[in-house]
Design a protein around this ligand. Sequence first.
Ligand SMILES: C[S@@+](CC[C@H](N)C(=O)[O-])C[C@H]1O[C@@H](n2cnc3c(N)ncnc32)[C@H](O)[C@@H]1O
Length: 387
Amino acid sequence: MSTPVKREAGTPLSDAATSPKHTAPGPSSPGPASPKSKSPTPAPGSPAPEVSGVLSGAHWLQQGLPEVDEDELDSTLGSDVESSTASISSSILNYRTLNGRTYHSDSVTDGEYWGPNDQKHLNALEIYAHGLFLMLGEKLHQAPLKDDIKQAIDIGTGPGYWAIDFADKYTNCEVIGTDISPVQPTWCPANLSFQIDDATKEWTFPDNRFDYIHIQFMNGAVEDWTELYKQAYRCCKPGGWIEHIDVSPNILSDDGTVTVGSAMDQYGKVLSEAGIKINRRTTTSQDGVQESGIKEAGFINMTVKDYKMPVSGWPEDPKLRQVGHCAFAAISEDLEGVIQFHFGHVMGWSQEEITTFAAHLRQEMKGMKMHGYWPWKCVYAQKPLDA
Ligand SMILES: C[S@@+](CC[C@H](N)C(=O)[O-])C[C@H]1O[C@@H](n2cnc3c(N)ncnc32)[C@H](O)[C@@H]1O
């Protein structure tokens, strides 16, 4: 019989269970722009969008570029707003550069994954992974693993930073990292190997193989999470653990500083709507899919931990401030790469609209007035010993 789900606050400084606020726009705030005539890339059989309050790309062009208020900016950060501005002036070249971003090969998967696989994006992922590690209390896992585990797998390993650290820590454990892109380093611990594998297809691993299955930051990549968790259940040893850490794209604030219609507010809304359109939701974490899917797959002894990742260095708490600096540095490295697929390819925004929006978002993140954070959730659970 399964034990009740334990719910723990992962980030100590604030209670993630408190309801975050959005402040309604004041009289002078812009209302939603009229819908764009340009039609987005249609997704076959995709359901109607469900996210309300999504502003169009044209809205951001009407706003123009944000004015830089030097007093408001975090002086510890670089001049990313300016670099974004500079990229607009060479728009044609930028369009080519943005469209020239590389993505995974179609021969590996029939699904479209939103993340580029070029060095620029990998750089952003590296910084982000460090911020995540700090946010998670400098622990590689939350599940209570024994020291002598023998087999572990990291699904959607990306450049493999987590898998490398994990293999270094558990030297007697054979670790496998899988991904649809061959972007992993060739230098890695002897007990770690990488495989190109689509996790949304039937897994090729034998039943009851792994002591630990780790999934981190794969939102927007999977159509049917419950099916994936069922594969994981089959391949997990009785008594072994699954752990899935993921993020909601919606930037929230607990003090109402992330206002409706702001770029921070719109970032999550547009990503949510785009995910719905292509049937690969970006809101898996906030929708409770980790809990429901992992349970439905058959895992028990579930623990849920909530975290908050500040979008920049606004917190006073030094540790969270550091997490925020990492998040901001990562998004500064490749904001366009993060939003290009959903905003451009799915929602049909032009490059100029994307770049203008990105300038507003950077400006808001860099300013210290808006106390935005991304909610993260870690869910871990165990395959029954008698399974
Ligand atoms: C945002 S990155 C996160 C990488 C890594 N887990 C981390 O935390 O830094 C998501 C990764 O999932 C991979 N991915 C997307 N769809 C996948 C699939 N169907 N099967 C395996 N990997 C997939 C992407 O190629 C990308 O490397």
